[in-house]
Every structure is written in C-alpha cells, then in structure tokens.
Design a protein around this ligand. Structure first.
Ligand SMILES: Cc1ncc(C[n+]2csc(CCOP(=O)(O)OP(=O)(O)O)c2C)c(N)n1
Ligand code: SF4
Ligand SMILES: [Mg+2]
Length: 263
C-alpha cells in the first residue's frame, strides 16, 4: 500500500453519497448560473426515478426559459404552445390514464397567457400534476412585468416599480386554484437552500403519489429566483427572494387531501 487513493476505492458503493439521476441528461443546462429552474428539474426527475416511473411519465414543456426542458429531462416530453400545457396534459392523461403526466410552467406561461387553461383544468379536476415556477417575471424575454410581479417591484416594463393603480395587483394563482373543487393537493415551495430542497422534493413526491390515487389535480408552486431578470447576483437574488417574495407568497401547504389548510 503506497497510500494512493484509487478510483475504484472512491466509487465503491458504500462511498457514494450522491449520484446524479440518469433522468437528467448530460446536456448543459441553458439556464443562467444560479437560476432555480435547474434544481426544480432535478428534483422532479429524482422523484420520478425513485418511484420507478421513468417509462411511465410524460412531461409537458412550456414556453419560457424552460422551453428546452425536454433536452434536460430524460423522460417522454411534449412541447406546448405558450400557456397551453394544461390543455396538452389534459389530452394526454385522458388518452393514457395509466401514465404519470406533468405540466412544467413559468408564471408568465401559467398566470398570464395560460390563465384560462390553468383555471379550467384545475376546476375540472384533471388528474395530472402541475409544477409552477414563479419567479415574478418574464425571464426568457428580458424581464418584463408578469401578473405575479410584486407591488413596487422593478422590471423592464415597470422600471419605477409596479404601480398597483395603473398596473393592477399581482395574482396569487396558487391560492386561487386551491379554492377550486378539482384540486386535491396545492402547495408552495422553494429550492434555494438544502432545507427548502428537501421539503420541495417531499411535496413533489406527494403530488405524484396523489396523481396515482386519481383524485384530482396536484399543484406545486416553486417560488424561484430570476437573477438575470432581477438584475442581481445569484446569492443576492436568493436573499431578495426571502425578504420580498416569501412574505407575499408564503411557503407551505395550502390544500391537503382536498381541504384548505387552516392558517
Ligand atoms: C404566443 C406567444 N406570446 C408571447 C411569446 C413571448 N414569450 C416567450 S416566453 C414569455 C414569458 C415567459 O415567462 P415565464 O413563463 O414566467 O417563464 P420564465 O422565462 O420566467 O421561466 C413570453 C411572453 C411567445 N413565445 N408566444
Ligand atoms: S433569465 Fe431568469 S428564469 Fe431565465 S434562466 Fe436566467 S435566471 Fe433563470
Ligand atoms: Mg417567470
């Protein structure tokens, strides 16, 4: 023994503490460094992998920064037109009820152009899962104001901050869909710290398990940063998110087992 640590010794099964899921491809993510989209992708794929649903899953990619989600998630994927992921998911799930179907949507996609599809799919109680990545802005197109932009928040189309009188109020889609009888599990999570990641992963798993119970739509919002659109460094954007986004979009379960959670 000369004390050299060999590759074989490092990769012994008992020494492996983390292994990337094979359901994330090796394609380099198109997201800005520090963006929450990549972590959200990974958690969804880890859950699908751990539940053994790899060949039974169909995801719907939206329009927005996650338009290329099909390049990164190694499961069957479809690409929807802007805002139409719930309509795609409805059709696919109805045609193939045994499949696990999820829509992955940003806030511009889900809460602006796709509001009607979102509300009606939730109200009908379609049996799929929605992952809603809310960064309060249109990230892909250059940081324009979204329906979810906070009061006073600066964006490229509200450079002096969102003025409620002329620009209206931000919409809390997750609280709104929780009111609808067709949703069974509705929760709001984040992915900016290890603790938040653990909670978000549990929520994602629960949402998929609920889909298997065939009891209605499961909806997981992930409040995320858009460091580029917010014009901040990644760490600064996470602090800003904690201080500004979370008070307006508080984390936690909103509806469990078909019943609103009392606060
Ligand atoms: C029909 C149509 N209208 C507008 C656009 C322009 N567009 C592309 S992405 C986007 C908003 C994306 O924002 P969001 O869904 O919040 O995703 P993010 O990039 O922030 O993750 C818009 C308006 C488009 N591609 N198609
Ligand atoms: S623009 Fe924003 S949402 Fe898009 S990849 Fe960059 S940080 Fe993420
Ligand atoms: Mg967005």
């Amino acid at each position: 023994m000369d004390g050299t640590i060999t590759k074989e010794a490092i990769f012994k099964p008992e020494n492996i503490v983390y292994k990337k899921t094979s359901l994330m491809t090796d394609n380099i993510l198109s997201y800005c460094p520090g963006c929450g989209h990549g972590t959200a992708h990974r958690l969804i794929m880890e859950v699908i992998d751990e539940m053994g649903l790899e060949s039974e899953t169909i995801g719907i990619a939206p329009v927005g920064c996650s338009v290329l989600a099909y390049e990164f998630m190694n499961v069957d994927m479809q690409q929807a037109a802007h805002g139409r992921a719930p309509a795609h998911a409805t059709a696919i799930k109805r045609l193939m009820p045994h499949k696990t179907v999820f829509a992955y949507q940003g806030d511009g996609d889900l809460a602006a152009i796709g509001t009607a599809e979102t509300i009606h799919a939730c109200n009908r109680g379609e049996n799929f899962t929605t992952f809603f990545i809310n960064n309060g802005i249109y990230g892909m197109t250059g940081g324009q104001m979204a329906p979810t932009t906070l009061p006073g928040m600066k964006s490229s189309t509200s450079p002096y901050g969102r003025d409620l009188k002329s620009m209206g109020h931000p919409i809390k889609m997750t609280e709104l869909v929780a009111q609808l009888p067709g949703t069974y599990y509705v929760t709001r999570q984040a992915v900016h710290t290890p603790a938040a990641v653990r909670k978000a992963k549990k929520a994602i798993r629960k949402a998929i398990e609920i889909q298997q119970m065939n009891v209605g739509l499961s909806f997981v919002e992930i409040v995320s940063n858009c460091n580029s659109g917010w014009k901040m460094a990644p760490v600064q954007s996470n602090h800003w998110m904690e201080e500004n986004m979370f008070p307006f979009y508080p984390l936690g379960d909103i509806k469990v087992d078909g019943k609103l959670v009392e606060k």
